[in-house]
Ligand binder design. Structure first.
Ligand SMILES: [Zn+2]
Ligand SMILES: [Zn+2]
Length: 410
Protein backbone atom coordinates (compact mmCIF):
# COMPACT_ATOMS: atom_id res chain seq x y z
CA UNK A 1 0.00 0.00 0.00
CA UNK A 2 1.22 3.48 -0.77
CA UNK A 3 1.63 5.92 2.06
CA UNK A 4 -1.36 8.11 2.75
CA UNK A 5 -0.86 11.69 3.79
CA UNK A 6 -3.34 13.62 5.87
CA UNK A 7 -3.44 17.35 5.21
CA UNK A 8 -5.12 20.32 6.78
CA UNK A 9 -6.13 23.17 4.49
CA UNK A 10 -5.22 26.37 6.22
CA UNK A 11 -5.00 28.77 3.31
CA UNK A 12 -7.78 30.02 1.13
CA UNK A 13 -7.90 28.49 -2.33
CA UNK A 14 -8.64 31.26 -4.79
CA UNK A 15 -10.64 28.73 -6.71
CA UNK A 16 -12.40 27.38 -3.67
CA UNK A 17 -15.59 29.17 -2.79
CA UNK A 18 -16.66 27.24 0.31
CA UNK A 19 -15.49 27.47 3.93
CA UNK A 20 -11.88 26.60 4.69
CA UNK A 21 -10.17 24.70 7.53
CA UNK A 22 -12.15 21.51 6.97
CA UNK A 23 -10.02 18.45 7.50
CA UNK A 24 -9.26 16.92 4.15
CA UNK A 25 -6.88 14.44 2.64
CA UNK A 26 -5.81 13.27 -0.76
CA UNK A 27 -7.67 10.36 -2.28
CA UNK A 28 -5.88 8.51 -5.08
CA UNK A 29 -7.91 7.20 -7.98
CA UNK A 30 -8.02 6.20 -11.61
CA UNK A 31 -10.96 7.34 -13.72
CA UNK A 32 -10.36 5.38 -16.92
CA UNK A 33 -10.10 1.56 -17.22
CA UNK A 34 -11.51 -1.15 -19.50
CA UNK A 35 -12.53 -4.75 -18.89
CA UNK A 36 -14.18 -7.67 -20.72
CA UNK A 37 -17.32 -5.54 -20.88
CA UNK A 38 -15.73 -3.80 -23.87
CA UNK A 39 -12.19 -4.24 -25.23
CA UNK A 40 -10.21 -4.97 -22.06
CA UNK A 41 -8.68 -8.38 -21.38
CA UNK A 42 -9.74 -9.11 -17.81
CA UNK A 43 -12.84 -9.64 -15.72
CA UNK A 44 -14.16 -6.36 -14.30
CA UNK A 45 -13.82 -7.63 -10.72
CA UNK A 46 -10.15 -8.39 -11.42
CA UNK A 47 -9.64 -4.86 -12.77
CA UNK A 48 -11.12 -3.45 -9.58
CA UNK A 49 -8.99 -5.90 -7.57
CA UNK A 50 -5.85 -4.46 -9.18
CA UNK A 51 -6.64 -0.94 -7.96
CA UNK A 52 -7.80 -2.20 -4.56
CA UNK A 53 -4.52 -4.08 -4.04
CA UNK A 54 -2.31 -1.26 -5.25
CA UNK A 55 -3.06 1.56 -2.84
CA UNK A 56 -5.81 3.37 -4.72
CA UNK A 57 -8.75 4.83 -2.81
CA UNK A 58 -11.12 4.77 -5.75
CA UNK A 59 -11.37 3.02 -9.08
CA UNK A 60 -13.55 3.36 -12.13
CA UNK A 61 -14.82 0.93 -14.71
CA UNK A 62 -15.27 2.95 -17.89
CA UNK A 63 -15.97 0.56 -20.72
CA UNK A 64 -16.89 1.85 -24.17
CA UNK A 65 -20.60 2.64 -24.39
CA UNK A 66 -21.70 0.07 -21.83
CA UNK A 67 -22.49 -0.02 -18.12
CA UNK A 68 -21.77 -3.30 -16.27
CA UNK A 69 -25.36 -3.71 -15.15
CA UNK A 70 -26.61 -7.05 -16.46
CA UNK A 71 -25.09 -10.45 -17.03
CA UNK A 72 -23.32 -11.03 -20.31
CA UNK A 73 -22.03 -14.17 -21.95
CA UNK A 74 -18.50 -14.31 -23.35
CA UNK A 75 -16.87 -17.26 -25.09
CA UNK A 76 -13.68 -18.82 -23.75
CA UNK A 77 -12.32 -18.56 -27.27
CA UNK A 78 -12.71 -14.75 -27.16
CA UNK A 79 -11.16 -14.56 -23.69
CA UNK A 80 -8.14 -16.55 -24.87
CA UNK A 81 -7.82 -14.46 -28.03
CA UNK A 82 -7.38 -11.36 -25.88
CA UNK A 83 -4.71 -12.90 -23.68
CA UNK A 84 -1.39 -11.09 -24.12
CA UNK A 85 1.78 -12.24 -22.46
CA UNK A 86 2.86 -15.51 -20.83
CA UNK A 87 1.65 -17.00 -17.55
CA UNK A 88 -1.80 -17.92 -16.30
CA UNK A 89 -4.78 -16.57 -18.21
CA UNK A 90 -7.65 -14.39 -17.04
CA UNK A 91 -9.82 -17.36 -16.04
CA UNK A 92 -7.12 -19.07 -13.97
CA UNK A 93 -6.24 -15.82 -12.21
CA UNK A 94 -9.87 -15.00 -11.48
CA UNK A 95 -10.47 -18.48 -10.02
CA UNK A 96 -7.31 -18.16 -7.91
CA UNK A 97 -8.52 -14.83 -6.53
CA UNK A 98 -12.23 -15.49 -6.01
CA UNK A 99 -12.33 -19.29 -5.67
CA UNK A 100 -13.13 -22.17 -8.03
CA UNK A 101 -16.91 -21.64 -7.87
CA UNK A 102 -16.87 -17.93 -8.65
CA UNK A 103 -17.00 -18.15 -12.43
CA UNK A 104 -20.34 -19.20 -13.89
CA UNK A 105 -19.99 -21.33 -17.00
CA UNK A 106 -22.50 -21.50 -19.82
CA UNK A 107 -22.62 -23.28 -23.14
CA UNK A 108 -24.11 -21.19 -25.98
CA UNK A 109 -24.56 -22.58 -29.52
CA UNK A 110 -22.09 -25.33 -28.73
CA UNK A 111 -19.45 -22.87 -27.50
CA UNK A 112 -18.04 -22.89 -23.99
CA UNK A 113 -18.28 -19.53 -22.27
CA UNK A 114 -18.58 -17.61 -19.00
CA UNK A 115 -21.10 -15.13 -17.64
CA UNK A 116 -19.70 -11.66 -16.91
CA UNK A 117 -21.07 -10.35 -13.64
CA UNK A 118 -22.59 -6.93 -13.05
CA UNK A 119 -20.89 -4.48 -10.68
CA UNK A 120 -23.56 -5.16 -8.04
CA UNK A 121 -22.40 -8.78 -7.76
CA UNK A 122 -18.96 -7.90 -6.39
CA UNK A 123 -18.81 -4.28 -5.28
CA UNK A 124 -19.48 -5.22 -1.63
CA UNK A 125 -16.30 -7.29 -1.61
CA UNK A 126 -14.23 -4.17 -2.18
CA UNK A 127 -16.07 -1.07 -1.02
CA UNK A 128 -15.76 0.24 2.54
CA UNK A 129 -16.75 3.76 3.69
CA UNK A 130 -13.73 6.08 3.62
CA UNK A 131 -11.48 3.30 2.38
CA UNK A 132 -12.41 2.22 -1.10
CA UNK A 133 -14.96 3.40 -3.64
CA UNK A 134 -15.95 2.16 -7.09
CA UNK A 135 -17.32 4.75 -9.51
CA UNK A 136 -19.40 3.53 -12.40
CA UNK A 137 -18.65 5.23 -15.69
CA UNK A 138 -19.06 5.09 -19.44
CA UNK A 139 -16.41 5.98 -21.93
CA UNK A 140 -18.79 7.66 -24.34
CA UNK A 141 -17.15 6.68 -27.61
CA UNK A 142 -18.48 8.67 -30.51
CA UNK A 143 -17.18 10.01 -33.78
CA UNK A 144 -17.31 13.30 -35.63
CA UNK A 145 -16.79 13.64 -39.37
CA UNK A 146 -13.10 14.32 -38.68
CA UNK A 147 -12.17 12.08 -35.75
CA UNK A 148 -12.92 10.26 -32.52
CA UNK A 149 -14.65 11.92 -29.60
CA UNK A 150 -14.23 9.96 -26.37
CA UNK A 151 -15.58 11.45 -23.16
CA UNK A 152 -15.61 9.67 -19.80
CA UNK A 153 -18.78 10.26 -17.80
CA UNK A 154 -18.44 9.29 -14.12
CA UNK A 155 -21.23 8.60 -11.63
CA UNK A 156 -23.99 8.43 -14.20
CA UNK A 157 -27.20 6.41 -13.94
CA UNK A 158 -28.10 5.74 -17.56
CA UNK A 159 -26.04 5.11 -20.65
CA UNK A 160 -25.45 8.25 -22.73
CA UNK A 161 -26.66 7.63 -26.31
CA UNK A 162 -24.06 7.83 -29.07
CA UNK A 163 -24.27 7.91 -32.87
CA UNK A 164 -23.16 4.79 -34.69
CA UNK A 165 -22.17 6.83 -37.74
CA UNK A 166 -20.19 10.08 -37.59
CA UNK A 167 -22.50 13.12 -37.59
CA UNK A 168 -21.28 16.71 -37.22
CA UNK A 169 -18.01 18.39 -36.35
CA UNK A 170 -15.91 17.53 -33.31
CA UNK A 171 -17.20 20.63 -31.53
CA UNK A 172 -20.82 19.71 -32.35
CA UNK A 173 -20.38 16.12 -31.15
CA UNK A 174 -18.74 17.23 -27.89
CA UNK A 175 -21.54 19.74 -27.28
CA UNK A 176 -24.26 17.17 -28.03
CA UNK A 177 -22.77 14.62 -25.62
CA UNK A 178 -22.23 17.18 -22.87
CA UNK A 179 -25.82 18.43 -23.25
CA UNK A 180 -27.03 14.86 -22.78
CA UNK A 181 -24.85 14.47 -19.68
CA UNK A 182 -26.12 17.79 -18.26
CA UNK A 183 -29.73 16.74 -18.86
CA UNK A 184 -29.15 13.44 -17.07
CA UNK A 185 -27.37 15.18 -14.20
CA UNK A 186 -30.40 17.42 -13.77
CA UNK A 187 -32.80 14.48 -13.98
CA UNK A 188 -31.05 12.18 -11.49
CA UNK A 189 -30.01 14.98 -9.11
CA UNK A 190 -26.41 13.96 -8.60
CA UNK A 191 -23.16 15.19 -10.13
CA UNK A 192 -21.70 13.54 -13.22
CA UNK A 193 -18.10 14.38 -14.02
CA UNK A 194 -16.93 14.33 -17.62
CA UNK A 195 -13.43 14.48 -19.03
CA UNK A 196 -12.46 14.67 -22.68
CA UNK A 197 -10.07 11.80 -23.35
CA UNK A 198 -6.77 11.62 -25.25
CA UNK A 199 -7.26 14.60 -27.64
CA UNK A 200 -4.31 13.46 -29.80
CA UNK A 201 -5.66 9.94 -30.38
CA UNK A 202 -5.63 9.85 -34.19
CA UNK A 203 -5.18 13.63 -33.89
CA UNK A 204 -8.92 13.88 -33.27
CA UNK A 205 -9.41 16.95 -31.07
CA UNK A 206 -7.37 20.15 -31.55
CA UNK A 207 -6.54 22.67 -28.83
CA UNK A 208 -8.86 25.17 -30.55
CA UNK A 209 -11.77 22.70 -30.50
CA UNK A 210 -11.10 21.83 -26.88
CA UNK A 211 -10.99 25.55 -26.03
CA UNK A 212 -14.27 26.24 -27.85
CA UNK A 213 -16.34 23.69 -25.94
CA UNK A 214 -16.27 25.66 -22.70
CA UNK A 215 -18.91 23.36 -21.16
CA UNK A 216 -16.12 20.78 -20.73
CA UNK A 217 -13.97 21.58 -17.71
CA UNK A 218 -11.66 18.52 -17.70
CA UNK A 219 -9.39 16.72 -20.12
CA UNK A 220 -6.67 14.07 -20.01
CA UNK A 221 -3.32 15.82 -19.84
CA UNK A 222 -1.89 12.31 -19.53
CA UNK A 223 -3.37 8.97 -20.62
CA UNK A 224 -1.37 5.74 -20.25
CA UNK A 225 -2.32 4.29 -23.63
CA UNK A 226 0.83 4.21 -25.80
CA UNK A 227 -1.02 5.20 -28.99
CA UNK A 228 -2.40 8.57 -27.96
CA UNK A 229 0.46 10.81 -29.16
CA UNK A 230 1.01 12.30 -25.72
CA UNK A 231 4.08 14.24 -26.84
CA UNK A 232 2.65 15.42 -30.17
CA UNK A 233 4.90 15.41 -33.24
CA UNK A 234 6.98 17.87 -35.32
CA UNK A 235 3.95 19.89 -36.36
CA UNK A 236 1.30 19.12 -33.71
CA UNK A 237 1.34 20.01 -30.01
CA UNK A 238 1.53 17.44 -27.23
CA UNK A 239 -1.06 17.23 -24.46
CA UNK A 240 0.62 19.83 -22.23
CA UNK A 241 0.87 22.39 -25.03
CA UNK A 242 -2.76 21.69 -25.99
CA UNK A 243 -3.62 22.53 -22.38
CA UNK A 244 -1.80 25.87 -22.53
CA UNK A 245 -3.22 26.84 -25.93
CA UNK A 246 -6.78 25.94 -24.90
CA UNK A 247 -6.51 27.73 -21.55
CA UNK A 248 -5.03 30.82 -23.17
CA UNK A 249 -7.85 30.96 -25.73
CA UNK A 250 -10.51 30.43 -23.08
CA UNK A 251 -9.19 33.13 -20.77
CA UNK A 252 -8.06 35.70 -23.38
CA UNK A 253 -10.79 35.33 -26.00
CA UNK A 254 -13.76 33.35 -24.70
CA UNK A 255 -14.14 34.73 -21.17
CA UNK A 256 -14.34 31.16 -19.95
CA UNK A 257 -12.73 29.13 -17.18
CA UNK A 258 -9.63 27.06 -18.01
CA UNK A 259 -9.50 23.28 -18.27
CA UNK A 260 -8.35 21.10 -15.41
CA UNK A 261 -6.08 18.19 -16.29
CA UNK A 262 -6.47 14.57 -15.21
CA UNK A 263 -4.03 11.68 -15.63
CA UNK A 264 -5.48 8.22 -16.24
CA UNK A 265 -4.50 4.66 -17.12
CA UNK A 266 -6.93 3.88 -19.95
CA UNK A 267 -5.81 0.33 -19.14
CA UNK A 268 -6.89 -2.50 -21.42
CA UNK A 269 -4.38 -5.28 -20.69
CA UNK A 270 -3.76 -6.92 -17.35
CA UNK A 271 -1.55 -9.95 -18.09
CA UNK A 272 1.54 -8.31 -19.49
CA UNK A 273 1.84 -6.46 -22.75
CA UNK A 274 1.22 -2.78 -23.16
CA UNK A 275 -1.81 -0.61 -22.25
CA UNK A 276 -1.52 -1.80 -18.65
CA UNK A 277 -2.63 -0.20 -15.37
CA UNK A 278 -0.60 1.84 -12.86
CA UNK A 279 0.49 4.62 -15.18
CA UNK A 280 -1.51 7.75 -14.39
CA UNK A 281 -3.92 8.81 -11.67
CA UNK A 282 -5.33 11.76 -9.77
CA UNK A 283 -5.01 12.78 -6.13
CA UNK A 284 -8.18 14.56 -5.01
CA UNK A 285 -8.19 16.67 -1.87
CA UNK A 286 -11.74 16.01 -0.70
CA UNK A 287 -13.74 15.97 2.51
CA UNK A 288 -14.80 12.39 2.00
CA UNK A 289 -14.62 9.38 -0.25
CA UNK A 290 -17.94 9.67 -2.06
CA UNK A 291 -18.61 10.46 -5.72
CA UNK A 292 -20.22 13.79 -4.77
CA UNK A 293 -17.31 14.87 -2.52
CA UNK A 294 -14.68 13.88 -5.10
CA UNK A 295 -16.50 15.53 -8.00
CA UNK A 296 -17.20 18.66 -5.93
CA UNK A 297 -13.51 18.99 -5.03
CA UNK A 298 -12.43 18.42 -8.63
CA UNK A 299 -14.79 21.11 -9.89
CA UNK A 300 -13.03 23.50 -7.54
CA UNK A 301 -9.64 22.43 -8.89
CA UNK A 302 -8.62 20.73 -5.65
CA UNK A 303 -6.68 17.86 -7.18
CA UNK A 304 -3.55 17.12 -9.12
CA UNK A 305 -2.65 14.63 -11.82
CA UNK A 306 0.30 12.28 -11.37
CA UNK A 307 2.38 9.58 -12.97
CA UNK A 308 4.43 9.05 -9.83
CA UNK A 309 5.29 12.38 -8.17
CA UNK A 310 3.46 12.73 -4.86
CA UNK A 311 2.70 15.86 -2.80
CA UNK A 312 2.20 16.09 0.95
CA UNK A 313 0.92 19.66 0.87
CA UNK A 314 -0.64 21.96 -1.72
CA UNK A 315 -2.17 25.39 -1.27
CA UNK A 316 -2.91 28.52 -3.22
CA UNK A 317 -3.65 31.92 -1.70
CA UNK A 318 -5.60 34.06 -4.17
CA UNK A 319 -4.90 37.30 -2.27
CA UNK A 320 -1.11 37.00 -2.48
CA UNK A 321 -1.12 34.81 -5.63
CA UNK A 322 1.25 32.42 -3.88
CA UNK A 323 1.22 28.73 -4.72
CA UNK A 324 3.00 26.42 -2.29
CA UNK A 325 3.57 22.71 -2.27
CA UNK A 326 5.78 20.02 -0.79
CA UNK A 327 7.02 17.06 -2.83
CA UNK A 328 7.34 13.69 -1.08
CA UNK A 329 10.91 12.32 -1.25
CA UNK A 330 11.42 9.39 -3.63
CA UNK A 331 14.79 7.71 -3.03
CA UNK A 332 17.55 9.64 -4.75
CA UNK A 333 15.19 11.33 -7.22
CA UNK A 334 15.53 15.03 -7.92
CA UNK A 335 12.64 17.21 -9.04
CA UNK A 336 12.19 20.13 -11.40
CA UNK A 337 9.07 22.22 -10.83
CA UNK A 338 8.09 24.65 -13.55
CA UNK A 339 5.55 27.43 -13.16
CA UNK A 340 4.00 27.69 -16.61
CA UNK A 341 1.42 30.09 -18.03
CA UNK A 342 0.59 32.81 -20.49
CA UNK A 343 0.76 36.56 -20.00
CA UNK A 344 -2.15 38.89 -20.84
CA UNK A 345 -0.16 40.60 -23.59
CA UNK A 346 0.99 37.33 -25.19
CA UNK A 347 -0.49 38.23 -28.58
CA UNK A 348 1.27 41.61 -28.69
CA UNK A 349 4.72 40.32 -27.79
CA UNK A 350 7.49 40.59 -30.37
CA UNK A 351 7.98 36.84 -30.47
CA UNK A 352 5.53 34.66 -32.43
CA UNK A 353 2.43 34.04 -30.37
CA UNK A 354 3.00 30.32 -30.12
CA UNK A 355 6.34 30.82 -28.41
CA UNK A 356 4.84 32.80 -25.54
CA UNK A 357 1.87 30.57 -24.88
CA UNK A 358 2.93 28.29 -22.08
CA UNK A 359 5.87 30.40 -20.95
CA UNK A 360 8.01 29.10 -18.08
CA UNK A 361 7.64 31.87 -15.50
CA UNK A 362 9.75 30.28 -12.80
CA UNK A 363 11.71 27.15 -11.88
CA UNK A 364 12.57 25.31 -8.68
CA UNK A 365 14.64 22.25 -7.87
CA UNK A 366 13.58 22.11 -4.20
CA UNK A 367 11.09 19.73 -2.64
CA UNK A 368 9.46 22.59 -0.76
CA UNK A 369 8.31 25.06 -3.39
CA UNK A 370 6.84 28.56 -3.21
CA UNK A 371 5.86 30.26 -6.47
CA UNK A 372 4.29 33.66 -6.95
CA UNK A 373 2.01 33.89 -9.98
CA UNK A 374 3.03 36.96 -12.05
CA UNK A 375 0.46 39.78 -11.85
CA UNK A 376 0.14 39.90 -15.65
CA UNK A 377 -0.45 36.16 -16.05
CA UNK A 378 -3.75 34.94 -17.47
CA UNK A 379 -3.18 31.80 -15.39
CA UNK A 380 -0.32 29.69 -14.12
CA UNK A 381 0.05 25.98 -13.58
CA UNK A 382 2.87 23.70 -12.46
CA UNK A 383 4.52 20.67 -14.03
CA UNK A 384 6.81 18.70 -11.73
CA UNK A 385 9.26 16.32 -13.41
CA UNK A 386 11.25 13.77 -11.45
CA UNK A 387 14.58 12.27 -12.53
CA UNK A 388 13.16 8.84 -11.55
CA UNK A 389 12.06 6.61 -14.43
CA UNK A 390 8.42 5.64 -14.64
CA UNK A 391 8.26 1.94 -13.62
CA UNK A 392 5.67 1.20 -16.32
CA UNK A 393 6.23 3.80 -19.05
CA UNK A 394 3.85 4.51 -21.93
CA UNK A 395 6.61 6.12 -24.04
CA UNK A 396 10.41 5.95 -24.19
CA UNK A 397 12.40 7.60 -21.40
CA UNK A 398 9.26 8.58 -19.49
CA UNK A 399 9.98 9.83 -15.97
CA UNK A 400 7.53 10.37 -13.12
CA UNK A 401 5.62 13.66 -13.21
CA UNK A 402 2.78 15.62 -11.63
CA UNK A 403 0.58 18.38 -13.02
CA UNK A 404 -1.05 20.99 -10.74
CA UNK A 405 -4.20 22.78 -11.85
CA UNK A 406 -4.27 26.35 -13.25
CA UNK A 407 -4.53 29.11 -10.65
CA UNK A 408 -4.49 32.89 -10.72
CA UNK A 409 -7.11 33.11 -13.46
CA UNK A 410 -10.01 34.50 -11.49
ZN1 LIG B 1 -10.81 6.32 -25.68
ZN1 LIG C 1 -10.48 4.17 -22.99
Amino acid sequence: MLKRVAVIITLTWGIFSGPVCAEQRFFKGNTHAHSFWSDGNDFPEMVIDYYHRNGYDFATLSDHNVLPRNYRWMSVQEIKARQVGPGPGAIEKCEARFGPDWIEWKQVAGKRGVILKPLQAYRDQFEAPGEFLIIEAQEISDRSTTGHVHINALNLEHLIPFQKEPVGSTVQVMRRLLRQVAAQEEAIGRPILTHLNHPNYRWSVTAEELAAVVEERFFEVYNGHPDINHLGDESRPGDEMIWDIANTLRLAKLDAAPLYGVATDDSHRYHGGDVSPGRGWIQVEAEGLTPAALIGAMRHGRFYASTGVELSRLSYDSATRVLEFEIVADGEARFRSELIGTRRNYAQADAPASSVIGEVFNLSSDRSVRFEVPSDALYARVTITSTASHPNPSYDYQTKQAWLQPVGWR
